[in-house]
Design a binder for this molecule. Structure first.
Ligand code: WT7
Length: 656
């Protein structure tokens, strides 16, 4: 089909079938078929979550299900369990030979790892960590590419009760350093490098730079992925393989309290350094296991699940590692880029491993749309029976394209809303039950009480728009911000009080009570499905010697969701040249990581400010969007706006 025809197909499908009822075929085999599940969960949420906690193997049952000292909450109090035991040991008798991961390396190497293989490796590494002095309650940093050693490292920590802090491999040395220092990690697990678009990412080099400024790090474990020559510091650095080969493959799983910390994962906030989101043991595993089973309709014996995210983000923690393994299911783990060596790489993997469920982000779907249907058409994708989307609102056209050209026209598409903080999916269809509407995340998961409030905390009701909120804690929700409980309260519970969690998103309720997510309402941007705060990028920019002031905004982008636009005032003696622009982009990549690089930089002599000197980002956002700036009455230096607008014309129209 040519582009025009595809557009017509999409338009016609949107017009014709704004709503998609689950097919009788899908429903007849679905894990949930009874709509009564919602009422049951609403009538007695604690009993509902207990029934989900029963999916796990507990060493000791809890005495109390739920305790709520708003804004704090605890789940399954007194219960004892181990996450690695639940993800591995308990499957060994019935499914030891089942593949846990079909791993595909970017250069074309691959390995299928069974539950027994993974158990073996995890036990050895857990023993190795113990030998290095890591014990219950310690923190371990992990900075690895998408290789099997990454989930193994996470599970080894969980096995001995150490909390892991995974840092995405695309982050810079400085980002890694700050995260290690914030949590005072004792050990870092990294690799010599990883592959991305045929290039080697020098992880060990970054790790060395980071660790040079981390007092807490005692040992660095290095996986040999690329076999590049890397510096190995005597007494500090250990080769992963050498460490695990010397260990026993038996290691008792530590009995952990339900509320013990499982991991820390950093995410961007509106101000200050990234927030260490703290997830605990029993509640988190309950949430990810339950949502994975019900939303993705998992049949562990036959499904091949592919969450194509990076484990460095929460999506990967919950739906590549903990959810799928807790459910004993087979997953695909792919190391590299979707267009390497060519733009059909994903579809070749789906065909080869007969993936049945694919979970990815709208930005990836839109990129694939742009590449065209020749790439998916080269492969047999008929194994796919269910599709998922996460990370940002999915536009109806992309939804339809995904269903039509990847899902064969009939695979349900579940759009799942959640966050690093919520740990597990909060708003999503259940594919055997819910009527789908392209562009809407549909309704709250059983046991989740979501709503939309106006500025004063009143319900907006059906048809209204406002702030999305969660009105009661759920087991997988985070417990606090590592080392900064005050910030936890301030960030999430200031707006509507201690009992109402405010995630920072705007939403609309339609006449059926479906949620339509509208994006962030705070100063956090969503770039290709990843949260980046305007503050972080501004801090990185002003950190450069040529920059006096900087303001950063997100600009809506048809492919990436949002792109970053920076308004920069150079210091006296510096010119806003193209060279400086390149240098600043490189500088941001170095300080934060490539994903935070501004797409455009506009140099200006001044920034629009209020009389009290506050930069008015709202007006800059209007300009970046190519719109007329809104209310300027509180501005002290209004003329500068016209100048900036003139310069911003180079950004072009949105579709340009
Ligand atoms: C923010 C959370 C949770 C995994 C990936 C991102 C946005 C997430 C959706 C969706 C509309 C979505 C929200 C949210 N978001 N999923 N299905 N529809 N928006 O995790 O980095 O913690 O970002 O991503 O704005 O607050 P995260």
């Amino acid at each position: 089909m040519v582009d025009k025809e595809i557009e017509k197909t999409i338009e016609a499908l949107l017009e014709e079938r704004r709503e998609f009822k689950p097919s009788a075929d899908f429903t007849s085999q679905a894990n949930v078929r009874e709509a009564a599940i919602y009422q049951r969960a609403a009538d007695d949420p604690e009993a509902w979550w207990e029934s989900q906690a029963d999916r796990l193997d507990w060493f000791q049952k809890w005495d109390k299900t739920f305790e709520w000292n708003a804004p704090h909450h605890k789940w399954f109090i007194g219960g004892k369990l181990n996450v690695a035991h639940n993800c591995l040991d308990r499957h060994l008798d019935s499914a030891g030979d089942r593949v846990a991961y079909h791993w595909v390396g970017e250069p074309g190497d691959n390995r299928s790892i069974t539950y027994s293989d993974l158990h073996d490796q995890v036990c050895r590494l857990a023993n190795g960590l113990k030998e290095l002095g890591v014990s219950k309650g310690d923190r371990v940093a992990i900075y690895l590419p998408m290789i099997p050693e990454l989930p193994a490292a996470m599970l080894a920590c969980a096995r001995i009760g150490a909390a892991h802090s995974v840092v995405f491999g695309g982050f810079s040395a400085e980002s890694l350093r700050d995260r290690i220092n914030d949590a005072a990690c004792r050990v870092l697990i990294t690799a010599d490098g990883g592959y991305r678009r045929g290039q080697i990412i020098p992880l060990k080099l970054n790790a060395d730079d980071a660790v040079a400024e981390c007092e807490s790090i005692e040992k660095v474990i290095v996986v040999q992925r690329t076999l590049e020559d890397v510096n190995m510091q005597e007494g500090r650095d250990i080769v992963y393989q050498d460490l695990i080969e010397a260990q026993s493959s038996e290691c008792e799983a530590e009995s952990m309290d339900s509320e013990d910390m499982l991991y820390i994962l950093y995410t961007s906030g509106t101000t200050g350094k990234p927030k260490g989101i703290v997830h605990t043991t029993g509640g988190y595993l309950t949430g990810v296991s339950s949502t994975h089973h019900l939303i993705f309709d998992i049949k562990p014996e036959s499904d091949v699940f592919w969450c194509a995210a990076d484990i460095g983000w929460v999506t990967g923690h919950s739906y590549i590692v903990y959810g799928p393994l807790a459910n004993g299911c087979t997953s695909i783990l792919y190391e590299g880029a979707p267009d390497w060596p060519d733009k059909d790489r994903w579809w070749g993997i789906v065909e080869e491993y007969k993936a049945t469920i694919l979970y990815t982000a709208p930005t990836a779907i839109r990129t694939m749309m742009k590449w065209g249907i020749d790439y998916p058409n080269k492969h047999d994708l008929t194994s796919l029976r269910l599709l998922g989307s996460v990370g940002e609102p999915i536009n109806p056209e992309a939804w339809i394209w995904y269903q039509e050209f990847i899902g064969g026209g009939d695979a349900p598409v579940v759009d799942t809303w959640w966050q690093t903080e919520t740990g597990a999916i909060m708003i999503s269809a259940l594919p055997g039950l819910t009527t789908l509407k392209p562009g809407s995340a549909t309704i709250a998961f059983p046991g989740v009480e979501a709503d939309v409030l106006d500025d004063k905390g009143g319900l907006v009701g059906k048809g209204g728009g406002g702030y999305l909120v969660l009105k009661r804690p759920t087991p997988a929700m985070f417990r606090t911000i590592f080392g900064d409980d005050e910030r936890y309260r301030k960030t999430y519970f200031e707006k509507f009080g201690d009992e109402i969690y405010f995630p920072g998103d705007g939403a609309k309720l339609d006449d059926d009570g479906y949620f339509w997510l509208l994006g962030r309402v705070d100063d956090v941007m969503n770039v290709a499905g990843h949260r980046i705060s305007t503050y972080e990028v501004e801090s990185a920019l002003v950190d450069h010697q040529a920059v006096a002031e900087a303001a950063v905004v997100g600009r809506k982008d048809p492919k990436e969701g949002e792109t970053i636009v920076a308004f920069v005032t150079p210091r006296a003696g510096h010119e806003g040249t193209d060279e400086l622009m390149i240098e600043l982009r490189q500088h941001v990549a170095k300080v934060i990581g490539k994903l935070a690089r501004p797409h455009a930089i506009i140099f200006t002599d001044d920034l629009p400010k209020t009389r009290s000197g506050k930069i008015m980002r709202r007006l800059l956002r209007d300009i970046a969007e190519g719109e007329k700036p809104g209310d300027v009455t509180t501005l002290q230096n209004a003329p500068i706006l016209d100048e900036i607008r003139e310069k911003a014309k180079s950004l072009g129209s949105r579709d340009g």
